[in-house]
Design a protein. Structure first.
Length: 231
């Protein structure tokens, strides 16, 4: 049986992060209100999903100081037009913003710049909470990596005519670390800031299709069906 795959190519409410100094130590986090949903189909007609973050308020330019939290909650909803369950994986990338050098804009951060970002901002990934862990980070990757991929542990059900299921958020907030100082904020400003880009992939879930890795999210991951996210 042919496996059905759909790419969720979404530029999700990009958090444009840049350093700024204001009344002491701080960093400026803003957003250009950009949510672009490119839904590219590959496989079964009617297989659909949408990536959203309901808590994010992109119209608010927010000046934040150490310890301040910004709500961001990327999550996927099964919106298939037919009663089709799905397996879900997401990719988080840290890229240079429009304020960066023209040659770097939109490209992934270097390891050195990602280290700086990790020192200033902290993200509460669901996968890192032992009491939750609804999402599983791909083997060999860490929260300090410029690109991190995750698969959702549960099958995302549709159950028409009811509303399709939604994943728990991959993370819920971006926080400025309490120990951030002027020097750290200035280094972020010098690289032109960073954007958080989220994209993903969904597969049609078919019980009993162990050969194709479609029996469960873990089997799909082990079978390499989400490996294109790592490219």
């Amino acid at each position: 049986m042919r496996k059905n795959i759909k790419a969720i190519g979404l530029l999700l409410a990009l958090a444009c992060i840049s350093g700024a100094l204001y009344q002491g130590t701080g960093a400026y986090l803003t957003d250009e209100r950009k949510v672009v949903n490119h839904l590219d189909f590959a496989g079964a007609k009617g297989m659909q999903a949408v990536l959203t973050e309901p808590a994010w308020e992109p119209e608010k330019g927010l000046l934040v100081i150490p310890g301040i939290k910004l709500l961001k909650d990327p999550q996927v909803t099964n919106t298939s037009s037919i009663d089709m369950d799905e397996l879900v994986a997401l990719k988080v990338e840290f890229v240079y913003t429009r304020d960066s050098d023209e040659r770097k804009k939109g490209e992934q951060l270097t390891k050195e710049d990602m280290k700086l970002v990790s020192q200033v901002f902290e993200i509460d990934y669901n996968s890192d909470d032992p009491k939750k862990a609804d999402w599983v980070r791909f083997k060999g990757e860490s929260r300090e990596d410029v690109r991190q991929c995750f698969y959702y542990k549960k099958v995302l059900e549709r159950q028409l005519p009811e509303k399709g299921e939604t994943t728990v958020p991959l993370f819920t907030q971006v926080q400025v670390r309490k120990e951030v100082n002027n020097l750290m904020a200035e280094k972020i400003r010098q690289i032109g800031g960073v954007e958080i880009r989220v994209s993903g992939r969904v597969l049609q879930q078919m019980e009993g299709e162990r050969y194709f890795g479609l029996n469960s999210p873990e089997e799909a991951y082990q079978a390499g069906l989400f490996q294109e996210l790592e490219l």
